[in-house]
Design a protein around this ligand. Structure first.
Ligand SMILES: C[S@@+](CC[C@H](N)C(=O)[O-])C[C@H]1O[C@@H](n2cnc3c(N)ncnc32)[C@H](O)[C@@H]1O
Length: 248
């Protein structure tokens, strides 16, 4: 997209392929410390946000998590027919062990795992009751295409729930950028004991992320209805977006 070169390959609509590939390797590098840094940088709120999203699923539903990463969300979602999708083989490898182990302890069968990007989901139309994206929407190469694909695989009446870093408006975004470029960097350095840790690069995804209004509009344009998107209180560090696929 024109203008992305001025921001190193990023803008609110997506990320250029070469920058996205760098981002993926940083995400893979973060795996050993991923949960610990998340917990620290959100003061433990990430667990509350994950529970909030989980509560949108009901027992027996067919659920897809897009961008499952190492399984931090997927391991705790109970009594659903679960599919985990991620473009990173490394992430899926870790998720598979972790999620299947948790499911086995609950007496559930293994989940399905799909190596793919959100922008090209190799699954049939009208398949899922719920699609969840936790901290992965920010990383999509092409957010419109990803949303179109998610809409396609949802059943009519099915719901998408996205939870990601919050950006209510530019002023809130500025506060978030300061947080990401200072406190989060110190925390990541403390946990990884490395000066050059992956969170240096990951802060870029927040800097160029759009506002809640930007993504509400995009979801409506793609065809979602009942679209909502707001900061999760009381801390306002994350935003949650919801939208339904229209019934035929
Ligand atoms: C920060 S992790 C989120 C992990 C997990 N969902 C959680 O709750 O913490 C982001 C994940 O999104 C994945 N991702 C990046 N680009 C993606 C895309 N275009 N489509 C789907 N997933 C993507 C990454 O590989 C990574 O595993």
């Amino acid at each position: 997209m024109a203008g992305r070169s001025a921001t190193g390959g990023y803008d609110p609509s997506g990320i250029d392929l070469d920058e996205w590939e760098i981002l993926e390797s940083q995400l893979e590098e973060s795996i050993p410390n991923y949960d610990r840094v998340n917990r620290l940088m959100t003061f433990g709120q990430d667990a509350v946000w994950r529970k909030n999203v989980r509560n949108h699923a009901e027992s027996g539903m067919k659920v897809l998590e897009v961008g499952c990463g190492p399984g931090s969300f997927a391991e705790d979602i109970e009594n659903v027919d679960l599919t985990c999708l991620d473009p990173s083989e490394e992430m899926l490898k870790v998720a598979k062990v972790r999620v299947n182990e948790a499911r086995k302890l609950r007496g559930e069968g293994p989940a399905d795992y799909v190596l793919a990007i959100a922008e090209s989901i190799p699954l049939p139309d009208n398949t899922f009751d719920r699609v969840f994206c936790l901290f992965s929407f920010r990383d999509f190469q092409d957010k419109r295409k990803g949303l179109e694909e998610i809409l396609r695989v949802l059943k009519p009446g099915g719901q998408l729930v996205i939870c990601d870093a919050g950006k209510a408006n530019w002023l809130h975004g500025l506060a978030g950028r300061i947080w990401m470029s200072t406190v989060v960097q110190w925390m990541a350095r403390y946990v990884t004991k490395k000066k050059d840790h992956p969170w240096k690069g990951l802060a870029k995804t927040y800097s160029h992320y759009g506002t809640n209004g930007y993504y509400r509009k995009l979801m409506r344009e793609v065809g979602f209805e009942n679209v909502q998107g707001r900061l999760l209180l009381p801390f306002g560090m994350a935003s949650r977006f919801r939208g339904h696929k229209p019934n035929d």
